[in-house]
Design a protein around this ligand. Structure first.
Ligand code: GAR
Length: 220
């Protein structure tokens, strides 16, 4: 199969990673095609981005609802759009178990720290960067991993170390990591989709892999 893999992106916020995935898709012959944006928030900036790129979007509320009901709504929307792969891009909800089961091995998440450190429930966005600084870590950086039933636990496919600099605030650190996220995520997304196209099990990216990205800036 060499046609592009049909992808959905799940985003709760501004969706700059969604934008990076779109830009990579439109700028080159990406092995994926984003056909649906799902958000749990009607006010998410990602929805506007979807509109300006002619990508269908759907708001699925999680608030005060039974997980089973949300799960069924999501599975139906994803099946209707014939989605084959899902990229979480700043999605702050736990993916319901029916979705995980149906798309197992085909759901990616990007997390803004070097998992397994600084992950788990409540560890998202600025909370992560604050925890990294509070712990005195000298190295951080995004992790891209497969999604399972537990927050931030699935198999790691790629990480990109980013130094913590003296005087960093959560905001400066977040900006440095986010810039790297935008470069890393489309490459790992493409890597997973190429494995799907070849009907192969996806392997972590490493120094021998075509899409390996060296540390930047170099560590000293
Ligand atoms: C990104 O930094 C992403 O890694 C993080 O939320 C931000 C979303 O930014 N995700 C998590 O913390 C998940 N645990 P974006 O909306 O601009 O892509």
């Amino acid at each position: 199969m060499s046609r592009p893999v049909r992808a959905a992106v799940f985003a709760s916020g501004s969706g700059s990673n969604f934008q990076a995935l779109l830009d990579a898709e439109r700028g080159s012959s990406a092995p994926y095609e984003i056909v649906l944006l799902v958000s749990d928030r009607a006010s998410a900036g990602a929805i506007e981005r979807a509109g300006s790129h002619q990508v269908d979007s759907r708001v699925v509320s999680f608030r005060l609802r039974e997980m089973d009901e949300v799960d069924a709504e999501l599975v139906e929307a994803l099946e209707e759009a014939e989605v084959e792969v899902i990229f979480l891009a700043g999605f702050l909800r736990l993916v319901p178990p029916g979705v995980v089961q149906r798309w197992r091995g085909r759901i990616l998440n990007i997390h803004p720290a070097l998992l397994p450190a600084f992950g788990g429930k409540g560890m998202w966005g600025m909370h992560v960067h604050r925890a990294v600084l509070d712990a005195g870590a000298r190295l951080t950086g995004p992790t891209v991993h497969l999604v399972d039933e537990i927050y931030d636990r699935g198999a790691i496919l790629a990480q990109w170390p980013v130094p913590v600099l003296q005087g960093d605030t959560p905001e400066t650190l977040a900006a440095r990591v986010l810039e790297v996220e935008h470069r890393l995520y489309p490459r790992v997304a493409a890597h997973l989709c190429r494995a799907i196209q070849r009907n192969e099990k996806v392997r972590p990216l490493d120094a021998g892999a075509e899409a390996f990205i060296p540390t930047d800036p170099p560590l000293t």
